[in-house]
Ligand binder design. Sequence first.
Ligand code: ADP
Ligand code: ZN
Ligand code: ZN
Length: 753
Amino acid sequence: MKADDSCRWAQVIVDIPHRDIDRPFTYRIPDTFGHSVLPGCEVWVPFQQRTLRGWVLDVHDQPPENRGHFSNIEAFHPGYRLGEDLLALVPWLAREVLGTMADVLRLMAPPGPSLKPAKWVKLSESIGKEQIDLWQGIDPECGQLLQRLFRAPRKQMKFSSLVEKSKKTSPSLERLLEAGLVELVQRLPPFRFPEEKDVESSEGTPSMIEPALNQEQVAAVQAIIADLEKSHRDKKPFLLHGVTGSGKTEIYIQAAKKALAMGRQVLFLVPEIALTPQMGRRLRERFGSDVLLLHSGLTEKVRRSHWYRISRGEASLVIGPRSAVFAPVPNLGLIIVDEEHEPSYHQENDLKYHAREVAIERARHCGALVIIGSATPAIETYDKAMEGSYRILRLTERAQGQPMPVVDIVDMRAELTEGNRGMLSASMLQAIEERLRRREQTILYLNRRGFSTFVICRECGTVITCPHCSISLVYHRAGDQMHCHYCNFRRDVPRQCPQCASKTIRYFGAGTQRVEEELQARFPGVPVLRMDRDVAAEEGIEPVLEEFGREEAPILVGTQMIAKGLDFPKVTLVGVLAADASLHVSDFRAVERTYQLLSQVSGRAGRANRSGQVILQTYCPEHYCLQAVQNHNYEGFFQREIEIRQQLGYPPFSRLARILFTGTEDSLVRMVADTWTEIIREHARKSSIPLDIWGPAPAPVAKVEDKYRWMLTVRLSQRDNEPLRTILSNVRQDYDSRRGRPLPVIATITMDP
Ligand code: ADP
Ligand code: ZN
Ligand code: ZN
């Protein structure tokens, strides 16, 4: 045996679920592993009497300061090693989302089950033939075991097969172990790279068709290429702000070509799994088959195979939804985040990371450029751009100069005065009739977000809001009351409008089926396609859209399911019913989301050479959001919205955190939420950091799968959320240390909900 000083030591994050043990442990790297164990390696280590998976953060040649006894790393995964850029994200992201480093590393590991090491028995190196013969004489059973090990490849055998096949019980093995003639080792099963045929690669012939870019596009591409060519590492991200149909994808493609030509790879993030294959096809037409998809809609086998191919640098372009931001691309030169404003980039399940923010941080560590693109950037994004954190590239016109659709706003209060109690206004019906005559198509879109939950006066459009939070109250059928989901304020539904005393106050309610019925009554015999959650569950979305694409029906009625990615050249009319419904969702982002949604659906009208019309039906026609949609005026919208955010102290001027408590016993969940509230107050007082605390209140969905949910919202009135994070992580530790027996209530913290 060599002296300890010639060995190497590794700092390992062990894959344990406990929050309390979030730090690296030191292990010895056995000489036999040579220099194969490096930072980013997946390893197996002994931990509290078990063998657990872990990842190497760091390797040292010097023995650790505190030279005690260190266990050996037992095995390492030979098939991959996380890149430095990913490793650098680990402590940062763990802190950002208040998770552990193991939580983050799990996101970066290959998809599917991890390798499991098995126990092997190894003949000690010093044992020769003569010694075995000697043993044969003294103890035949032991001698036989030694014989078999001696003949086995590399003089080792799986523990289970050695014991089983020899039909010997373990005592003889025990004796050999004690005598130091054999040793137990953990070994991973032999690793072979999974090879699975790529489901889509058959379409991989690049085509030559490349549109000549318009002036704005040329300018954008030039700016991007110039930056890619520069050698500096800390590249400021570009925000590509281009109206719908302005040809943003063409810009991404040209940027990607440049990065590839420079020998770097490209990561292309799309907001949803459903959009991945679509974008995949489009990019394969231009780049050929070394485009690989990575998303959970693929079978595990395909996903694993893609993952390892990517990690070996065999894909030049990787496309996927938010989780693909951790794709093991080895030499990343460019990250594209398309539709950066989409909420789906914010992980809703376990670790609440935001893929856009992770992309930007990752790029810093590998010197990649980031382009985030949108027609309707998130308010926070545009604010950062104004502040100078991003460079803006603008595409103000559609790619071939097609006009933006004409947007008309219809005041539904006036319809009511004229005796129309239906869902479709007179002008909407007239516009549909015109399309039927001209053999063009219509999409009617029912804005269902926050549907039938807010209470509105049909006379004057007043919406009942919380007196403390400037947020609309949500109607709950149970108890026939309205609740504030931020502060738990409650009240009965008023008999008459507090503004105009009208008695027509009621909660909003109607559905796609009713629209369908009204259409059939008005246009008998005209086929109408419907797409909502019921239809989607029964028939799926694709068949209905295909039918509509084949022009088998002139009208499609649907919910927000039909908002994204549709491109039907014959559609010249898009009608939005209840355009304002989502304005009143109890969320400070409600207006922003409405603007984004309405712009997106408006973008569906008049995509080809026919010009488009959009009709927005609403009870609040003068709302700045609808006005801005009508005028295609994002900047104007942004200015109004940012002013209001500032007045009300909402992000980006403040930072929020939401803590969700879940458990099977309502009173217990409530109690834990109250305790947390108390501890947060204490910590805020101690550190003199003024926090606003709203709640605890029942979550918007107060019970899910028999688990009760309470919510606490905390606001820090400044842009930097570091103090908020520090307080919350201290509060969690404090809570964990105070409680005696752990209570069956889970607290999940979401930063920037
Ligand atoms: P966006 O992503 O901005 O909504 P797309 O990139 O999808 O827009 O472009 C819209 C359409 O215009 C696509 O069919 C695209 O092929 C086409 N297009 C883009 N740029 C040009 C151009 N310079 N000349 C002609 N057509 C273009
Ligand atoms: Zn009123
Ligand atoms: Zn309130």
